[in-house]
Ligand binder design. Structure first.
Ligand code: CMP
Length: 144
């Protein structure tokens, strides 16, 4: 059994639609545990730092602006194979391509307003958890 932690962000589209609770409930029902959480209103500067790997992509500026258009909810989720499980629960980045029953299929509007972000690897999870929630959640401390 491999217990992991991953970072999840409930994006502005969900916050504006008053559906934060539905998303948390969805994740909890699938077996992920919320072990850290805060609501933050990202500055443009902080959003750009978080998404810096995409800085040369044509959608970068628009995506950053969207992520700053309202507060977001940042969570550290824990569970067995949490990184992969969370990505399965979220579905494909583009809600139009996401499988039935996934969060992005149900709640996402388009590739930008796609409801939720989730770390895509162990390295990203550790870095992203530290970025938002500081040193308390290091996946490297988890033993198999
Ligand atoms: P996320 O999982 O938060 O990681 C990067 C984000 O960039 C992604 O979700 C999408 O919301 C966004 N994104 C990726 N591709 C595009 C695109 N072609 N147009 C607009 N936004 C995109």
């Amino acid at each position: 059994m491999r217990i992991e932690k991953t970072l999840s962000i409930i994006k502005p589209d969900i916050v504006k639609k008053n559906q934060i609770g539905e998303i948390i409930n969805f994740l909890e029902k699938k077996g992920l545990k919320v072990v850290g959480m805060k609501m933050v209103h990202l500055t443009i500067q902080k959003a750009k730092r978080f998404y810096q790997e995409h800085q040369n992509r044509p959608f970068f500026e628009g995506m950053v602006k969207f992520m700053c258009s309202s507060p977001v909810v940042v969570m550290c989720l824990e569970g067995e194979n949490a990184i992969k499980l969370n990505r399965e629960i979220m579905g494909a980045t583009n809600p139009h391509e996401a499988k039935e029953g996934t969060i992005r299929k149900i709640y996402g509007k388009n590739i930008e307003a796609n409801a939720i972000h989730g770390s895509d690897s162990e390295e990203a999870a550790e870095q992203e958890i530290n970025f938002f929630l500081k040193a308390n959640y290091s996946i490297n401390k988890i033993k198999n």
